[in-house]
Design a binder for this molecule. Structure first.
Ligand SMILES: NC(=O)c1ccc[n+]([C@@H]2O[C@H](COP(=O)([O-])OP(=O)(O)OC[C@H]3O[C@@H](n4cnc5c(N)ncnc54)[C@H](OP(=O)(O)O)[C@@H]3O)[C@@H](O)[C@H]2O)c1
Length: 254
């Protein structure tokens, strides 16, 4: 039985706590948060503390805090012979205090309070400094997910940049599209089937095969028309940059 404590009950802490609590061969022994929080129904029997000096014994302490807080916070986690890991894509393992055994347990998914996720399909990217610790993280990862991969801090940094492109940037483009539509009182819902099909088709097609649109076809008149329609200069700049990137990729000039 692996004993786990979760330190930080934000988006990731919440989701991990629920997944770990219901997993086999793993016991969620404690949840810490610096401020008082309401534990979800699934974990409301798990001991809670906001005092770091009252941490219970565990095999793995998972720090699920803001990236910038991880390093300092890890110095204050004083535990006996346990592995202390963080959940960040962008923070190297070396940022954790050397006071404890160190590791990373990065779930590659977007987590938002109130949205359920299926942990079994989420890749868990692990890193540790010894074979035994890697084995432990592998076992913990496999208790909640079918995909556990060993990835070092440099690789994880690249994965994180790539994740920002496909998740955060794409979502921001949705937002910009919503604003463009709202200027003409058009409903964003009209775009949802297109958004979903765009995501679904890369399950079977390569990104090159899936690419369509005026930039790839080099439809110059349409591109000019779009640029004239865009009122916001930032959107014009984004449109030009992405059009150029697509054309450079597929070998045509803007
Ligand atoms: N959200 C995602 O989609 C996602 C996905 C994968 C990995 N991650 C990584 O997971 C980690 C947590 O992200 P999140 O989205 O769960 O963040 P979050 O929802 O904003 O929660 C942050 C947590 O950090 C605590 N905190 C912040 N500064 C602190 C400090 N100085 N001392 C003690 N506690 C502090 C907050 O406590 P209070 O409640 O008291 O403010 C809160 O519990 C980050 O490293 C992030 O990169 C996030």
């Amino acid at each position: 039985m692996i004993r786990v404590a979760i330190l930080g009950y934000g988006n990731v802490g919440r989701h991990l706590a629920s997944a770990i609590h219901k997993a086999n061969d793993v016991a969620l022994v404690q949840i810490y948060n610096r401020s008082e929080v309401t534990l979800s129904e699934q974990v409301n029997t798990v001991p809670f503390t906001y005092n770091l000096s009252t941490l219970l014994p565990a095999d793995v302490y998972i720090i699920a805090l803001h990236d910038d807080a991880i390093s300092e916070f890890s110095k204050a986690v004083i535990v006996e012979n346990a592995l202390v890991v963080h959940t960040s894509g962008g923070v190297p393992i070396s940022k954790l205090s050397t006071r404890n055994k160190r590791g990373v347990f990065y779930p590659l998914q977007t987590f938002t309070k109130g949205r359920m996720v299926d942990f079994s399909v989420i890749p868990i990217c692990i890193e540790a400094e010894s074979k035994d610790d890697l084995k432990l993280l592998q076992k913990l990862g496999r208790s909640i997910s079918e995909k556990v991969v060993q990835i070092d801090s440099n690789e994880r940094a690249k994965l994180h940049v790539a994740a920002v492109f496909v998740n955060n940037f794409v979502n921001h483009l949705y937002h910009n599209a919503e604003v463009i539509l709202s200027e003409s009182k058009l409903d964003f819902d009209l775009l949802k089937p297109l958004i979903l099909e765009t995501a679904h088709k890369i399950e079977n097609l390569s990104t090159s095969e899936a690419q369509t649109g005026p930039a790839k076809r080099n439809d110059r008149k349409t591109i000019e028309k779009h640029l004239n329609l865009l009122k916001d200069n930032k959107n014009k700049a984004i449109y030009k940059l992405l059009t150029k990137s697509i054309q450079d990729t597929y070998g045509k000039e803007l």
